[in-house]
Design a protein around this ligand. Structure first.
Ligand code: GDP
Length: 362
């Protein structure tokens, strides 16, 4: 019974009215779908569950919009709400949202009555269609109205977090990163380790990424600058492509073509490709040295230096995670710095493995 409870703490329930963007969010964040390809998605009609293995085993349950909480025959809502870690409610900010807010108030009232510890997370979604000023006005308006509604229900103490999101930029990843982090029991210990690693390795910023989704499950305690996030997330794609390139010489040509296509699609990654020579050099020097036991072939490390002097460092960790760091070090002692970093990161990886061994959820 204990296990069930711990597993379910890592469950995220995604709700919202029809066409608010739930399926699109799942497709883009967890299945690497291009945002534009979500235009013609069929709307959610039945509950769907997806499981993601990461540092925690994350389950995202998506419920259709027209939900009748008073018809429990359809679904065991009580059991469901009692067992989830976070309720994520999606509001379409480009649409008339008053009915969404009423729906949300009813759901929050029910959710906290069944599960007082639940994290309530509200995505003010599709903000790509709103001007900068209007975004903040919308957020203020929504917060105010939800506050009033909850007051009417006598629920003024409920903590709600709000995020401005769009599938067309990194805001949706940032939001999910923060939401998932709240569910990770070891987060403070992880952050401490990352702070230490920063300090001893001269990093400007370090993320622990879930490679598949590009959600970061932890970062050091310095503030997150969205540009750093973007560069690191795209570096993961570049590194994966490089992996492919050096893995199978037979596929070399077709892989190179694929890369050129991606380069066109993606301008930030494009600038990284200028430094492919650099990355290749480093990668060659480590290939064979470390081999991921599971896939038995992939190099686990990639380093690239950008034109502006920034160095990106990626090292594969356990459970589909990668450590990605941004750094600037002196040209003169680059080689020493990298060996110091390698050493520190190896220690971090060991600590992560230990932490995982003792993790509550497994
Ligand atoms: P669901 O019924 O809640 O699952 O909604 P869908 O995922 O089917 O999305 C409905 C529509 O909203 C689709 O045409 C999506 O392309 C669109 N959509 C989803 N997210 C965004 C967004 O961030 N910005 C914009 N402009 N459109 C979005």
């Amino acid at each position: 019974a204990n296990n069930v409870e711990l597993d379910s703490n890592a469950t995220v329930l995604l709700m919202g009215l029809r066409r608010s963007g739930k399926s699109s969010i799942c497709k883009v964040v967890f299945h690497n779908t291009q945002p534009l390809d979500t235009l013609y998605l069929e709307s959610t009609t039945k509950p769907t569950t997806e499981n993601f293995k990461s540092l925690i085993d994350l389950a995202v349950i998506e419920l259709p919009g027209q939900l009748n909480l008073f018809e429990p025959a359809l679904y065991d809502y009580e059991k469901l709400f009692a067992s989830i870690g976070a309720l994520v409610y999606v509001i379409d900010s480009q649409d008339e949202y008053l009915s969404a807010l009423q729906n949300l108030a009813v759901i929050i009232k029910y959710a906290v009555s069944v599960n007082p510890k639940i994290h309530v997370e509200v995505l003010i979604h599709k903000i790509d269609g709103l001007s900068e000023d209007f975004r903040l006005d919308t957020q203020r308006d929504i917060m105010q109205r939800i506050g009033d509604d909850l007051l009417d229900y006598g629920l003024e103490g409920v903590q709600i977090s709000f995020y401005l999101t769009s599938i067309f930029d990194h805001s949706i990843y940032e939001a999910f990163s923060r939401i998932v982090q709240k569910l990770i029991y070891e987060l403070p210990a992880l952050e401490n380790l990352l702070d230490l690693l920063m300090q001893y390795s001269n990093f400007d910023k370090v993320f622990l990424f879930d490679i598949n989704s590009k959600i970061y499950v932890a970062t050091d305690s310095s503030p997150v600058d969205i540009q750093n996030y973007e560069v690191c997330a795209e570096f993961i794609d570049v590194s994966i492509d490089l992996d492919g390139l050096y893995e199978s010489p037979n596929n070399r040509n077709s892989l190179q073509q694929q890369q050129q296509q991606q380069m066109k699609r993606n301008s930030i990654a494009g600038s990284l490709y200028d430094d492919i020579g650099n990355a290749k050099q480093y990668q060659n020097s480590v290939s064979g040295e470390e081999v991921d036991v599971l896939t038995n072939s992939k190099p686990t490390k990639c380093i690239s230096k950008l034109e502006n002097g920034t160095v990106l460092y990626l090292h594969q960790m356990i459970r589909g995670l990668a450590l990605v760091a941004v750094s600037r070090f002196d040209d003169t002692d680059e080689a020493t710095s990298i060996s110091v970093i390698d050493h520190n990161v190896a220690i971090f990886k060991k600590s992560l493995e230990k932490m995982w061994e003792h993790a509550k959820y497994k």
